[in-house]
Design a protein around this ligand. Structure first.
Ligand code: SF4
Ligand code: SF4
Length: 560
């Protein structure tokens, strides 16, 4: 350990740390562009200059290791003048693009120009012109003029994605970022370079020019693209999701997420093929009805079958709370045959984040009890039971099981099929009753990733039912976060309920007297009845989640 002093504050720091790291541990932020906690040190932007007593010149805090007795000043006159000079150099050729730049509002160069620069340029010559719309790859666009050559994107590709695709050409003020000859910036993690870029040089081809950052609200949630459950921020304007960005969780995804999760997982939430309201099949056609009628129909139908003629399919796409009440309904009805469908793509897994299991909550689904009692009640046995006529009615929650042609053929043989779904799909087309369920972006709940980490999902957009429930106090609450436009400009998307509430309605229509006022009540019951969730609450899960006390299966060394 080394005893050091930064800006008059004396403390002990690990002697392996650099000044910038030691300062950050004490909450002292030293300006930086090229330094990033998970990348190697480049030391090329020079904005982290600090003064160290007894050293003749300013030093860069990102590459200078702390030493016992070191006294550091981060805001002395010498440092302020040094930083101003660095900013002046960085801005000499930087275009005056802020009014049209996607990064404006979250740009380090813009922020530091306000904080650390005089705001006056002595440069009287024409700025160097460089290409402004370079398609670096399928997902990333480069504005070469805006690049400050920090090399974060280059190092990310080399060190994290392990795909060396970017490099610099030319020298001095003619230097340009580009791809290697014959290469594109095309790897499963390419869009992390956009988050890393401290300026607006790298932009998302999907998101660019869609919104200014201050027009959107952001909600802390997780990605549902695979069993990793990367921590994300969901950015919304006018009740429409516009982008996902990764959120730091050192135990799950560090600072990163994959391009598939970032681009594909929210499109179905925005899509036009939403189920608008509950539906019942009448004279061969699905027609929209009210919730009371739909739930009464399901309860009435379920009562007409013998227990062994009924089966259920839970969902690894649904939350722990949904699956917990699903199991409870199965027990209430005396149904012994229930399971969930696996969605594994064996050869689509890597060492960084991506998992072969393409569902976000397999571990939680099993942990709350959606597990076959024996070989005669697993998913394939249920389909076999439908095919041989022993199973006549099926309850399916939030999974398009009929996307598999063989399963679709089996479902045609059922007498009664009830389905929870957010979007029209192959399974809803075959259903007798469709109960419109909320997507992960419209509800509170938890999911458990492959490591056994229980993490929160939170609503970022509203459904018609939430709109009705929120009226009265929502305006003031949403106003507080500057997000009031999100629901009033586009209006509610559809009349959906979270699956746990649908199951509650069905159970009570069947005569159960379940009393869950909110999803917290369901989670609290899980935490008090299932050993592995003991001690958890939404409050304790916080932003980074908690590990299950045990998992039903060990964390895999290989694929699953
Ligand atoms: S494009 Fe952005 S991240 Fe890459 S070197 Fe330039 S400024 Fe840095
Ligand atoms: S690795 Fe999985 S959870 Fe993470 S962003 Fe990609 S799809 Fe989403």
């Amino acid at each position: 350990m080394a005893k050091i002093t930064i800006d008059g504050k004396q403390f002990e720091a690990d002697s392996k740390l650099t000044i910038i790291q030691a300062a950050l541990e004490q909450g002292i932020e030293i300006p930086h562009f090229c330094w990033h906690p998970r990348l190697s040190i480049a030391g090329n932007c020079r904005i982290c200059l600090v003064e160290v007593e007894k050293l003749p010149k300013l030093v860069i805090a990102c590459s200078t290791q702390v030493a016992d007795g070191m006294v550091v000043k981060t805001n002395s006159e010498k440092v302020v003048n040094g930083r101003e000079a660095v900013m002046e150099f960085l801005l000499i050729n930087h275009p005056l693009d802020c009014p049209i730049c996607d990064e404006a509002g979250e740009c380090k160069l813009q922020d530091y120009a306000y904080k650390l620069s005089e705001g006056v340029s002595r440069f009287e010559f024409d700025k160097i012109r460089k290409p402004k719309r370079v398609e670096l790859g399928p997902n990333v666009m480069l504005d070469t003029e805006r690049c400050i050559m920090c090399s974060r994107c280059v190092r990310f590709c080399d060190e994290i994605a392990k795909k060396p695709q970017l490099t610099f050409i030319q020298r001095a003020d003619h230097i340009e970022l580009t791809t290697f000859p014959g290469e594109k910036l095309d790897n499963p993690y390419s869009m992390n370079t956009i988050d890393l870029c401290p300026v607006g040089a790298l932009t998302s081809r999907d998101f660019r020019f869609k919104a200014r950052v201050w027009e959107m609200s952001s909600t802390d949630t997780i990605c549902v693209g695979c069993a990793r459950g990367c921590n994300t921020k969901m950015w919304v304007r006018n009740n429409e999701i516009l982008r996902l960005t990764p959120r730091l969780n050192p135990d799950v995804n560090e600072y990163w997420m994959c391009d598939h999760g970032r681009l594909e997982t929210f499109k179905s939430v925005n899509s036009d093929n939403h189920i608008k309201a509950p539906m019942i099949r009448k004279e061969g056609e699905l027609v929209e009805v009210g919730w009371d009628e739909a739930i009464a129909k399901v309860a009435m139908e379920l009562k007409t079958y013998k227990k062994h003629e009924l089966a259920g399919v839970g969902s690894a796409f649904a939350a722990n709370e949904d699956n917990y009440l699903f199991v409870k309904l199965m027990y209430y009805l005396g149904i012994k045959k229930f399971d969930y469908k696996r969605h594994i793509i064996e050869d689509d897994q890597d060492e960084l984040l991506i998992r072969a299991d393409k569902t976000p909550n397999s571990t939680g689904t099993r942990e709350v009890g959606v597990v076959p009692k024996d070989g005669s009640s697993d998913f394939s046995a249920i389909i076999a039971g439908i095919n041989n006529g022993t199973i006549k009615a099926l309850y399916v929650m939030d999974d398009n099981i009929a996307a598999d042609r063989a399963v679709a053929d089996a479902l045609l043989k059922l007498d009664f099929l009830v389905v929870h779904a957010a979007n029209e799909n192959e399974t809803t087309k075959l259903a007798d009753v469709v109960l419109s369920s909320s997507t992960y972006a419209e509800k509170n709940g938890t999911m458990t990733n492959f490591q056994g980490r229980v993490q929160r999902i939170r609503p970022a957009i509203t459904t018609a039912e939430q709109d009705r429930a929120l009226d009265g106090f929502a305006m003031s609450r949403l106003d507080k976060f500057g997000a009031h436009n999100d629901r009033w400009m586009n209006g509610p998307r559809h009349d959906a309920r979270p699956s746990w509430r649908i199951l509650l309605g069905v159970a009570n229509a069947l005569g159960a007297k379940w009393k869950y006022a909110t999803v917290d009540d369901v989670f609290n019951e899980i935490a008090s009845t299932i050993e592995s969730f003991k001690g958890m609450s939404y409050l304790r899960l916080g932003l980074r989640g908690m590990m299950l006390k045990r998992t039903t299966e060990a964390v895999p060394a290989g694929k699953r």
